[in-house]
Ligand binder design. Sequence first.
Ligand code: ADP
Length: 497
Amino acid sequence: MTTIRRRLTIWYTVALGVTVLAFGTLLYLERRASSLRELDQRLLLEADLADRWLSESYSVLGRIVTTAGSGPALDPGISAYLDAVRDYLIVADTAGQVLALSDLTRELDAADLQALTAEVDTVRTAKRSGNLDLGPPLGTVRYLAVRVERAGPEVGAILVATSLSRVAFGPASLLRSMLLIAPVILAGAAVVGYWLAGTSLKPVEGIMDEVDAISDGRSLHRRLAVPMSGDEMARLALTVNGMLARLEQSFASLHRFTADASHELKTPLMVLRAGVERALIHPGVPAEILQSLDETLAQINQMSEMVENLLTLARADEGRAPLAVEEGDLRDLIGDVAETAGMLGESAGITVTSRIPETPVRVAVDRHRIREMLLNLVTNAIKYTPQGGTVGLRLAEEDSAVVFTVADTGIGIAPGDLPHIFERFWRADPARSRTGARPGTGLGLAITKWIAEAHGGSITVQSRPGRGSLFTVRLPREPGHRSSGAAIRAEEVSAHA
Ligand code: ADP
């Protein structure tokens, strides 16, 4: 999401940058062209004025060139008027000899003056304009050379010129301003673009959050709110809703199938068990047959347990496993479980201890399910604790919850396995077959987790390989808090057992 937002912002800023650049370039070129036009007009005006001054002076005086000094020159009275011209001005005779210069022109060095004079000399048409590069410091000079026809036979042409650097001031300052303003515009555009992208993508984030909340098969009934806008977001929400409906249907059929299959398997398994049990007590059965009948019975028992567990989970998934909640003292219940655990522990060479509060702990729970949950935990604790170890069962009260803990000094669970132990059919070590030293179905903890969450509670585990495990179930006292959305946290403890 963040990347799309960032990408949109970058593209938006780049697009705006290119637009600003193109706009700035066009503006600069246009300003430059119009400055040159204005300049040409000024030069034309100056040349025209000088031409008229010379022509009228000639028509009044009859002669305007003197040869009194070193060579031919414009009469000082007439050339004085030309001194005042703001730009470079050269009046030349028909042979290209300079007759008069404006004040500014007199400041030119000899080479520059010669280059400009050469342009006057070559005027064959009525007028000619162009650029002349004089090098530093003057740079490029724009000039206009005009032939003078009516100022007597000595006067040939006029050249007016000006340095482009003097007129380039307008566009150059424009360029500078744009370079200064453009980053500000672009930064502003990036901020606005980022905000715009965020605003447009907000509905997507909303959809993502809602889809995120659909964390498991049990929340598939939820649907996204479809915006009234009728735009792409509304279509996206509709598409996701359609997908959820199809998923919900598939899950429902899957659960139905699992529940039906488990249910159908129960009866044949019961018949099988009864047959094997009858055969076992039949007199005269050879020892080796007895042994295989024993193994068969163990397998049938294991399978019955698995089918029973599957049925429980399938019903829970379908929402057809309601809790039979009744209020009572949990101390009786845990006392019962501790007794069973004591017997199991005794045959496994494991000490089972229990700590129960002195005062009644009255909470409304489904006692049958809570008993099943605790038995799952203690049988696991005994199963995964070597001979000589201990298993501790504890009931405690907190402000708003009751807490069951089952601790063992057993083999523990590897950190990498912790996040998986509540998954269905997951068993830590594949080498431990279902029929091996620690038989199991891999469904016990999944059911335990479901029972805890169905009561609005949670289950957490802390474990350290080789040191033991501690399972903690926390159930809220207030039945109103009950939901199935409680999270499972699996974490490793640094020092336990
Ligand atoms: P299983 O029938 O295999 O015991 P569970 O769902 O009860 O299935 O447990 C899943 C897996 O979690 C077990 O196979 C085992 O690897 C691990 N596990 C559960 N409880 C303990 C425990 N107290 N100590 C060590 N490992 C445990």
